[in-house]
Design a protein around this ligand. Structure first.
Ligand SMILES: NC(=O)c1ccc[n+]([C@@H]2O[C@H](COP(=O)([O-])OP(=O)(O)OC[C@H]3O[C@@H](n4cnc5c(N)ncnc54)[C@H](OP(=O)(O)O)[C@@H]3O)[C@@H](O)[C@H]2O)c1
Length: 222
């Protein structure tokens, strides 16, 4: 099963690519700029240029699974949040439906289910993610919707949780290592679940493999 990785040149994206290569998985990466191509061709990876603000249909051809780990970034203007995080995500979901993708893995964000719980400065981003998440949930695709807390460059702990009190959770404490997020993505790539899943998570005390077999409380309400 060929997996398209959108946002492959990002911090999480590059880690996924490296893990997939180590595991011998069949992948294609979508990158935004021709100048990023040599990094991936050196790794022997099938790479295509595609901008989420433009045509992306060519990237999906022959792919049965999609990982979406792209994002406009916290330093970009709100206009980019609309065009990339919202509209780019929705267009990737719609293109996947058109091209018969079997499983869509979306990297979204904790608190996208309730943007007003998030810090003021990123609420517009959480609103964009909320609507984009909804488009996936209401699509015809089989999906894994990952909603990690604030991403850190700390080493993997291998331990996560979705068992937290939404009223207590503060942004400073709701963090997770990027490496652990990569482990959840890999688990979803390797063992696509037969049911759709929404996983809200932060660093915790449950092994990633066990965690990936659980459902978040949101899933029950979707
Ligand atoms: N930061 C957090 O605390 C946090 C928390 C929860 C969830 N998230 C989500 O997790 C995602 C992945 O995290 P990360 O650390 O890997 O982010 P990242 O390093 O910023 O990577 C984002 C990737 O998206 C690509 N991208 C941006 N605009 C694009 C466009 N128009 N077309 C195609 N690709 C485009 C970027 O391309 P370039 O390489 O060309 O710039 C980059 O490779 C974030 O985007 C965010 O939505 C973040």
């Amino acid at each position: 099963m060929k997996t398209l990785i959108i946002g492959a040149n990002g911090q999480i994206g590059k880690k996924i690519v490296s893990e997939c290569i180590d595991l011998g998985l069949d992948i294609r990466v979508m990158i935004r700029d021709e100048s990023q191509m040599s990094y991936f061709t050196r790794l022997g990876v099938d790479a295509v240029v595609g901008d989420l603000e433009g045509d992306i249909s060519h990237a999906f051809n022959g792919c049965e699974q999609v990982v979406f780990s792209a994002g406009s970034g916290s330093k970009s203007c709100p206009k980019k949040t609309l065009l990339v995080d919202l509209w780019g995500s929705i267009r990737a979901v719609e293109e996947s439906e058109r091209q018969g993708v079997k499983h869509f893995i979306m990297v979204s964000s904790l608190k996208s289910c309730d943007p007003l719980r998030g810090p003021q400065i990123i609420r517009h981003y959480l609103v964009a993610r909320n609507r984009a998440d909804d488009s996936l949930i209401h699509s015809t695709l089989n999906y894994t919707l990952l909603r990690p807390g604030r991403l850190l460059d700390t080493p993997a702990t291998g331990m996560l949780t979705s068992d937290f009190d939404w009223d207590d959770i503060k942004n400073a404490h709701s963090t997770v290592s990027r490496d652990d997020v990569v482990s959840t993505i890999l688990a979803a790539i390797i063992t696509p679940h037969s049911s759709n899943r929404v996983l809200d998570f932060i660093q915790g005390d449950v092994k990633v493999a066990d965690f990936m077999n659980t459902f978040s409380r949101e899933e029950a309400t979707v």
